[in-house]
Design a protein around this ligand. Structure first.
Ligand code: RP5
Length: 179
């Protein structure tokens, strides 16, 4: 736990406070960090400023309300929220914030993450959460990049390059396998 907390501090301190964060990454516990740091890595690779912290819907409900109500006022454009178990964080944040919220179901020690997935994906009409696959914080980061890219042609170009890179990678592997 100590090592994870340290690594959380490192990631948080990587955020330059003088720069407005375009993406807010939040998670229910520091135990979610090994999964959630993939989103931060994607944002870093695209040169997108982000903030990262722990906000628990159940253990720090008031902090969650404040975070969700303030994020857009600080210039955050997209929120990525990861949680495990009875994963209410993404849905509650979406209920309190006008921003797009991407939910990451974190696999806990029981039910293989299905509890988290269903808690996050089954939102009622009116309050959407864009839910990615269990533990797939990489896709949450990429989806945030695409959302920001819709209004940023340079970022769109970077996404096209990223997709071309994936294509090249698959073709290279196919070439090696082909008989
Ligand atoms: C959720 O409970 C967190 O998002 C985490 O996935 C899970 C377990 O939290 P810890 O008991 O490890 O802090 O709220």
């Amino acid at each position: 736990v100590h090592a994870i907390s340290e690594s959380l501090m490192e990631l948080s301190s990587a955020t330059d406070e003088s720069v407005v964060a375009a993406v807010g990454i939040i998670m229910g516990s520091d135990s979610d960090l090994p999964v959630m740091k993939a989103a931060a890595e994607i944002l870093e690779s695209f040169g997108i400023h982000y903030e990262l912290t722990v906000v628990s819907a159940h253990r720090t409900p008031e902090r969650m309300v404040t975070y969700a109500q303030q994020a857009h006022k600080r210039g955050v454009k997209v929120i990525i929220a990861g949680a495990g178990g009875a994963a209410h964080l993404p849905g509650m944040v979406a209920a309190l914030s006008p921003l797009p919220v991407i939910g990451v179901p974190v696999k806990g020690s029981h039910t293989d993450g299905m509890d988290s997935l269903l808690s996050i994906v089954q939102m009622p009409r009116g309050i959407p959460v864009a839910t990615v696959a269990i533990n797939n914080a990489t896709n949450a980061g990429l989806l945030a990049v695409r959302m920001l890219g819709a209004a940023d042609p340079q970022l769109l170009e970077k996404m096209i390059d990223y997709q071309d890179g994936l294509k090249d990678m698959v073709l290279e592997k196919a070439e090696k396998l082909e008989r």
